[in-house]
Design a protein around this ligand. Sequence first.
Ligand code: NAD
Ligand code: UGA
Length: 436
Amino acid sequence: MNITVIGTGYVGLVSGLCLASLGHRVICVDKDENKIAKLKQDIIPIFEPGLKELLLEVKKQQKISFSTDLKLALNDAQAVFIAVGTPQDEDGSADLSYVLACAKEIAQYSNSYKLVITKSTVPVGTGFMVAEIIKKNNPNLDFDIASNPEFLREGNALSDFMNPDRIVVGTNNDRAKKLLKEIYEKFPEEKIVTTDITTSELIKYASNSFLATKISFINEMADLCEKTGGNIGELSRAIGLDSRIGGKFLNVGPGFGGSCFPKDIMAILNVAAEKKVELSLISSVIKSNKIRQEKMVEKIANYFGGNVAGKKIAILGLAFKANTDDIRYSPAILIVKKLAQLKASLKVSDFEAIENSKKELSEFSNIEFFEDVYAATKDADLIVIATEWNEYKKLDFAKIKTLVKSPKILDLRNILDAKNLEALGFDYNYIGRRQH
Ligand code: NAD
Ligand code: UGA
């Protein structure tokens, strides 16, 4: 099928490349000329494992092209995916301006049937708003709308797209349903969940809200372990072995971040408030996650009698999680900002997120950036692990011991080996460990 994907961010680019690898002819459109110019030169504008290889493969098969010209891209397209951002607005609601602008442009530039599929995460009712805009701007256009939310995770995006637990397809007629089934025909039929547009839109927010709740739950259990002496690792593993609970998304940490959970749970709360429905559980999750980052700063400050001013703190990890360069709502960045405001002397490092972080933290003169992890730890009074990069597990801690001023590590991701570090003479602390 000829498919146009609007937006070449994490979701649009991954979807476009994967749909091309499934055999469709895809044109990816973005209004960001810089991004499109890079993609035309085989440069991937984001860090996401495997994307470059896939781009080269589908390019060779002549299944993909990139453009800033939506009108041209829509000429032969039967299906159009909207995969643009839906950032958090000032009042906590989802900013739909990009999605609705796409709807208007699709209407203006289309002169043959289009299936308009919303892949962006959008509040319930958005699909019908898209339909209204298209009707208003091109009353004679034959089109259908559909909702097809995306569940991929950054850092694991290709594998998530190609091996999904389920593909949710929300339509309001058989023609749209048939076309979407055709788009995903290479996936096992039982993976495709067909539903109406409203339910499909709700499924996406419900999924993210549930996952965020799971994380907040285990983080609060870690707080309890810290006060009682319980072992959070064993607790997490044991409850996860109950198949009704499941072992995934029970890793403790500095709270959830990223471009999705924080904004999506605010957005669902906003929708519920509009409909006068109280989602008290979700409100609590938002509160719990906010407090979490404050607690992490407090934990760090406790090493220095509550005053971090002038203390040399090495922060390892800036991305909101491992395997991404994304720092949107990164707990690590929020913690760094707070410590910088409290006048700590910060040496920060990350494997992919340094460039993005430099821009985000440019207002602070007390933050130094290091590509080399070892250099970041030099003369440190404390090392904090803030992102769970696998590479941190393989560091030469004997060498680090010779570099630091004080051999203290606070692991906010519980990824390091306590026995090994303690044998080397480190004062090692992690989330859920009884405070001493
Ligand atoms: P992003 O910000 O990385 O990319 C969005 C892209 O859309 C940008 O390149 C922007 O230039 C482009 N764009 C905006 N308006 C445009 C227009 N009118 N025409 C052409 N291009 C336009 O966003 P993202 O992270 O890919 O997220 C997109 C949507 O998918 C959001 O709703 C998000 O909640 C959802 N989502 C994201 C993820 C994720 O892991 N990032 C996963 C699932 C769902
Ligand atoms: C999340 C969902 O996992 C995807 O299914 C969804 O498509 C996406 O949001 C979205 O809607 O955009 P993502 O934000 O890429 O994906 O990252 P996650 O792996 O879910 O992690 C989110 C945050 O939770 C990170 O800060 C991570 O460190 C934290 N987390 C995750 C934990 O603290 N513990 C865990 O066990 C898992």
